[in-house]
Ligand binder design. Structure first.
Ligand code: SF4
Length: 355
């Protein structure tokens, strides 16, 4: 690929066309990974990965019909339903997550949207987890303006609400809420001043044009989501997608690389489906620009072998977990980023794609 065509990659853009995105997907694999890695190094330390932990604060019995989800009440997956977790129990899990090296604690509830009576509990969770010195994220379904504001006032850092797939393929996966509903919740989260975590799932039978459509939707939002989880479908028995064909791992890695190029300053997260990936596939995902992972909730047990396995992989790859830094203001963030970039540019292995 001619070097000149790399010039504009690395800049934040919000005007991607589907053809431009498909052109990225069509690059030879090595060119795509090389480009993504260069873009990655413009904005991030390539050897640091942010670690989040996910805690299910209310499990199962969800009225929605997301075809991939074992928590939907419509599918018989054998999942045990649990009511909203007590605040003290959530804090116990958050402390364990922090001790395992997580800097962000994500709390998820299987709701269509939170009810008025739930809000005092979830906002208390946000305040108390923050007091432990962790970043907070919640995913509670659709929000109205007041709920978004309440969460922001409690100090919630991130709100997760995924778009899942392209607008065209969406109807194959969910019928109980619209794409527009999702975009409106994302808009409310932004308007209330919180950071956005939004991504999708790969391997649900969608085509490349749908993957391109999903990434186009995310990248063409007025602001890129700060976190972009790219999930690989976990085929759960009892859900409509249990028989879906296996995804070619290279298709998944391509998606990570294209997300990195299109949203150069976002944290691109490897989340669901990571357990099914080999160490080599995860390493390739980091090379393609993934720089955030989830420790699953089951990893919060005492033995925690999976977490140890993650740390061993980090060690084998020379990766450090990203530290949580609380900045007083945006100027401090810019200054820190500029310092990191200068440091990278002095690195003899750094190649400036913009020149
Ligand atoms: S809204 Fe969330 S919890 Fe409910 S079925 Fe969809 S993905 Fe599952």
């Amino acid at each position: 690929m001619p070097t000149a065509s790399l010039q504009h990659y690395g800049e934040s853009r919000h005007d991607w066309t589907r053809q431009q995105v498909l052109d990225l997907f069509a690059l030879p694999f090595n060119d795509l990974l090389f480009t993504a890695q260069q873009v990655h190094r413009v904005h991030f330390d390539a050897n640091r990965v942010q670690v989040s932990t996910l805690c299910s604060i209310k499990t199962g019995a969800c009225p929605e019909d997301c075809a991939y989800c074992p928590q939907s009440a419509r599918y018989d997956t054998g999942l045990e339903r649990e009511k909203l977790m007590k605040v003290e129990k959530v804090l116990e899990e958050a402390r364990a997550a922090k001790a395992s090296g997580a800097t962000r604690f994500c709390m998820g509830a299987a709701w269509r949207s939170p009810k008025k009576k739930d809000m005092p509990y979830v906002t208390q969770m946000v305040r108390e987890v923050k007091a432990l010195g962790m970043e907070t994220c919640m995913t509670l379904g659709m929000l109205n303006d007041d709920q978004a504001q309440e969460l922001a006032d409690a100090g919630l850092d991130y709100y997760n609400h995924n778009l899942d797939t392209s607008p065209e393929y969406y109807g194959e996966i969910i019928t109980t809420r619209t794409y527009q509903d999702r975009l409106e919740t994302l808009g409310r989260v932004r308007a209330a001043g919180m950071k956005v975590c939004a991504g999708g799932i790969i391997g649900m039978g969608e085509g490349e044009k749908d993957r391109a459509g999903l990434l186009m939707q995310l990248a063409n939002l007025p602001d890129h989501p700060e976190s972009v989880p790219i999930n690989m479908l976990v085929k759960v028995a009892g859900t409509p997608l249990e028989e879906e064909r296996d995804l070619d791992p290279f298709e998944f890695i391509r998606c990570i690389a294209v997300a990195r190029i299109m949203m150069p300053k976002s944290h691109v997260r490897l989340s669901a489906g990571r357990e099914a990936m080999s160490d080599e596939m995860q390493a390739m995902a980091f090379l393609a620009g993934a720089n955030s992972i989830f420790y699953g909730e089951k990893l919060l047990t005492t033995a925690n072998p999976e977490a140890n396995k993650d740390m061993q992989l980090f060690q084998r790859l020379g990766i450090q977990p990203e530290e949580y830094q609380q900045y007083a203001d945006e100027a401090a963030v810019e200054a820190e980023l500029a310092a990191q970039i200068t440091e990278q540019q002095n690195d003899p292995f750094f190649y400036d794609a913009a020149k």
